[in-house]
Design a protein. Structure first.
Length: 248
């Protein structure tokens, strides 16, 4: 079961040469430190997300495509992928949220490293303008929809629910039929599609046949895993006791 982690930094206006107010690394996720605001926390005295500082003037627009083009090479150099980008207003500052992922998931150390690298590149660029901003770098949560081949590959072994592509309307003016939802465990991913174990039957689906998949949380499976680990630990302890009795 994967969660989401954050690592933020704040940039104040004044040009990339001096980089005042920039914090890279530092305090733990979501926790304010020097030059840092807590994740999602509005600037003092302003309402969150209104985007109208002072006398009600809206913040200048930022081109998300330009930001993505700037940060993607940095993320790819770390063998990671940019999975999402969102720019919002929070009082007198912006919040730049980047979602990254990689094979085997993303550790907190990897997120911290990516945040430092991205902060340096963003501070040396004018792509975010002169308005202060908070950078948040996070990993995707378990509720992230599976839409790309890499998403399906990284979820091999997980139980998913996925809608099949809806059939087109048969008669003119008729409503299209609702999409069926298939629930199964991902057993394989190829260039052509995804293989699911559906009720013990192996079924293959092309990517064009599948809508966005959703990973299902398996609490019973987690409990079984905990019990298996406990049994393994008990066996190790018993083995250690036997070795002690034998004088080894």
């Amino acid at each position: 079961m994967s969660g989401s982690s954050r690592h933020g930094s704040v940039r104040s206006p004044g040009g990339p040469a001096s980089r005042p107010g920039t914090a890279a690394g530092g305090s733990s996720a979501g926790r304010p430190g020097p030059g840092r605001t807590a994740a999602g926390r509005p600037a003092p005295g302003k309402g969150a997300g209104d985007g109208r500082p002072g006398g009600g003037r809206a913040l200048p627009a930022v081109d998300a495509d330009r930001v993505a083009a700037l940060v993607q090479p940095v993320i790819h150099a770390l063998d990671l992928d940019l999975e999402g980008i969102r720019i919002t207003a929070a009082g007198r500052r912006r919040v730049l949220r980047l979602v990254i992922d990689g094979d085997g998931g993303v550790s907190l150390d990897a997120i911290a490293l990516a945040s430092r690298e991205l902060s340096a590149v963003l501070d040396d660029s004018e792509v975010m303008g002169e308005v202060p901003y908070t950078l948040e770098v996070s990993s995707p949560g378990v509720d992230r929809p599976l839409t790309e081949r890499r998403h399906w590959r990284r979820a091999i072994g997980r139980l998913v629910a996925v809608p099949l592509a809806a059939d087109p309307a048969g008669a003119a003016g008729a409503e299209p039929e609702s999409a069926d939802v298939v629930e199964g465990r991902i057993t394989g991913v190829s260039a052509d599609g995804v293989t699911l174990d559906v009720g013990g039957e192996s079924r293959q689906f092309g990517y064009g046949d599948l809508g966005p998949g959703r990973i299902k949380i398996e609490f019973a499976r987690l409990a079984d895993t905990d019990e298996a680990e406990a049994d393994e630990l008990s066996a190790d302890e018993l083995s250690a006791d036997e070795e002690g009795l034998n004088g080894y």
